[in-house]
Design a protein around this ligand. Structure first.
Ligand code: PRX
Length: 634
């Protein structure tokens, strides 16, 4: 049996069983038959969850770009690897063949080398969704540099924090970016960030909007002439299986963002294998994931997973609402997209528009629909199924995380049935468990618990950059010998998993992970703020939105602008995605007798659920709750 191509339910059952009973043999077979290696491994798996140490394919040598590019050149050099769809539909899209992508990646690799970048160096990439983003990522991988892509919606402060954390001396950016009708001055943001990043000595600049920009002498260089003169071949650096491939930052519930480190071999094997099967990708399909490469979904399922399978993958620069809410369906029609993968937030925003933007579009090419990033509510699921899938496209609700590298729980078209609001069953090799509050594994079905994974899979993150202890504490200390996801889940009577949401202080807003503590820290920097607490509340489109309770040092000194100032501060220091939807200025926050803010009560207030506040009499200051309710902003 070809275990790489799962095509029936029986096959899945037998492969799943095999992957659990003989994981080492199983992954060894998948890895050796479907990828090219310079050298095979000595040991398939070594692991110790107590110390958060996981090694896959130790001793193997490879380069992921040889698997994503070189090996396709013999038979598929003229096949389209990437279709670039620009922000403005009046501009033409660009089809980049595997040959051309290979050459452009090699040229970029040579430019980076010429700038002194070598294996193990970190390279920060702050670019919009244009081909140079994909090319820069792959060029880093080609020369063994560790890419750290920073979502181009982050502010200068957030960018500076990430550059400094990973110690990158180079930034690749563009003069600006287009987002719908907006033009964003990316280079200006980089300039601001670099005033706080003394180690950066080189900035490579792509011309995207052809604006007049300030080039700092000796630091900033336009990429175009460098690329023009660069050689179109570059040897691939030989990497160890466990060498870091990239760092990608994700929010923690406290402290600075966590730079999750992914390694070369395991990440490649798992993202490629999941992509092939969960999307049931067939040669000549056109696949589109609407995510940004600034997030893990873009890394794994726009770039590495599809390219390792010689797929055609679409990169879309724009937004779903520009020039109107029919843009996604225009693109599906134009490129005859077969697999379409997006976030529940986008589905809800599009559903709100009704079907007027769909009815005149031919979207009959669609075969598989996917969602990712947050729980999908039943209404949105049904709308997607009926109006986009025309009740004939399986929906894969894929649950995973930046830390997991690839999809861990999902249905598989034609193999594991979709069930509205359920991610359903674990993918091959994944052993999810639910834990109760006493740290016992819950064996029964029809139960809720904390979602853990009890055995390593190839693409699990290996550490947090520069802070392994934090990695141990965050993921491997809550439950003995388990990876703790931070999510709660319900398992129904048949064993289907539904993710119920975060059980920590991370709130998912429009599919973006936001830690509450880092936002509170920023609010508290406002000169008149004494204290703040943020909680989430349900939002029609965003899934969750942020509600901030803020106490002032001098409440007689509240200007009309105080709330605006606070939101501006958040926008400047973190990015517009972290702005508060609702803000209530209050005299005091409810606290326990030991002085801890009672977020549980604030959450109920934010949800308008005043009847279920629980016993507030044991609080240090029950009157604070009454005052908040009295002045509640709704
Ligand atoms: O809470 C889960 C939610 O998103 C978190 C991971 O966020 P991030 O690292 O940014 O990665 C997002 C893209 C993989 C998870 O802990 N989440 C992700 N997918 C789903 C989901 N919640 C419910 N259903 C999903 N399909």
């Amino acid at each position: 049996m070809d275990k790489y191509n799962i095509s029936t339910k029986d096959q899945y059952n037998s492969i799943y069983k095999d992957s659990i009973t003989n994981p080492e043999e199983f992954w060894s077979e998948i890895a050796s038959k479907n990828f090219i290696w310079k050298n095979k491994w000595d040991t398939v798996l070594k692991w110790d969850f107590k110390q958060a140490k996981v090694n896959w394919f130790q001793g193997a040598k490879l380069n992921i770009t040889e698997n994503c590019l070189d090996r396709h050149l013999q038979d598929n050099s003229e096949k389209t690897a990437i279709i670039f769809e620009p922000n403005n539909p009046k501009d033409s899209s660009e089809k980049i063949t595997y040959r051309s992508l290979f050459e452009r990646v090699c040229k970029m690799s040579n430019v980076l080398k010429e700038k002194g970048i070598k294996k193990g160096d970190r390279v920060c990439i702050y670019l919009p969704m244009i081909p140079e983003l994909a090319i820069s990522v792959l060029a880093c991988a080609r020369i063994g540099a560790i890419h750290s892509v920073i979502f181009a919606g982050f502010s200068s402060n957030a960018l500076a924090t990430r550059i400094n954390d990973c110690g990158s001396r180079i930034v690749i950016t563009s003069d600006g970016s287009y987002r719908g009708e907006k033009i964003i001055d990316l280079k200006g943001i980089v300039d601001d960030a670099l005033s706080e990043c003394k180690i950066v000595d080189t900035v490579l600049v792509v011309n995207r909007i052809n604006s007049k920009i300030n080039l700092v002498d000796g630091r900033d260089i336009l990429l175009k002439p460098l690329l023009k003169n660069a050689d179109k071949y570059c040897d691939a650096e030989i990497m160890d299986a466990e060498d870091p491939l990239f760092i990608l930052y994700t929010s923690g519930s406290t402290g600075k963002p966590k730079g999750m480190v992914h390694s070369c071999a395991g990440y490649m094997v798992y993202t490629a294998y999941t992509f092939k099967n969960i999307f049931q990708y067939q040669p000549n399909n056109i696949y589109w994931c609407t995510a940004d490469i600034g997030w893990i979904t873009g890394h794994s399922y726009i770039l590495y997973g599809p390219l390792a399978n010689c797929a055609t993958t679409i990169m879309f620069e724009g937004v779903p609402s520009y020039p109107d809410f029919g843009r996604f369906w225009d693109i599906v029609e134009k490129h005859k997209v077969n697999q379409f993968y997006t976030a529940p937030t986008a589905i809800r925003a599009l559903a709100k528009q009704g079907i007027k933007h769909i009815i005149d579009k031919d979207i009959s090419s669609l075969k598989v629909l996917g969602t990712v990033g947050e729980p999908i509510n039943e209404e949105a699921w049904n709308w997607y199924d009926k109006n986009i899938g025309k009740n004939k496209c399986p929906i894969v609700d894929t649950w995973w995380q930046t830390e997991t590298g690839g999809i861990l729980i999902s249905s598989i078209p034609g193999i594991i049935d979709s069930k509205p609001t359920f991610a359903t069953f674990p993918f091959v090799g994944i052993q999810p468990v639910l834990m109760d509050s006493e740290s016992n594994e819950i064996i029964d079905n029809d139960v809720v618990g904390r979602l853990c994974i009890k055995f390593p899979w190839p693409s699990i993150a290996r550490t947090i950059w520069g802070n392994h202890q934090r990695y141990v504490n965050t993921y491997f200390s809550t439950f003995n010998n388990m990876y703790f996801t931070g999510d709660g889940a319900y398992r129904d009577a048949d064993g289907n998993f539904r993710i119920t949401g975060r059980v920590d202080d991370v709130i998912i807003v429009s599919g973006h992970n936001l830690g509450t503590a880092p936002i509170e820290d920023v609010i508290n920097e406002h000169k008149n703020v004494a204290e703040s607490a943020i909680v989430g509340f349900p939002h029609e489109i965003k899934g969750n939105a942020l509600y901030g309770f803020v106490t002032l040092k001098d409440s007689s000194n509240v200007s009309d602008n105080t709330k605006d100032e606070i939101n501006k501060l958040i926008s400047d220091k973190i990015g517009p995605i972290a702005k508060l939807d609702k803000m209530q200025l209050t005299e005091a926050l409810p606290k326990t007798r030991s002085g801890k803010i009672m977020r549980r009560i604030l959450r109920k207030i934010a949800e308008n659920d005043f009847d279920n506040l629980g016993d507030i009499s044991t609080l240090l200051n029950p009157e604070a709750v009454e005052a908040i309710i009295k002045n509640n902003i709704r």
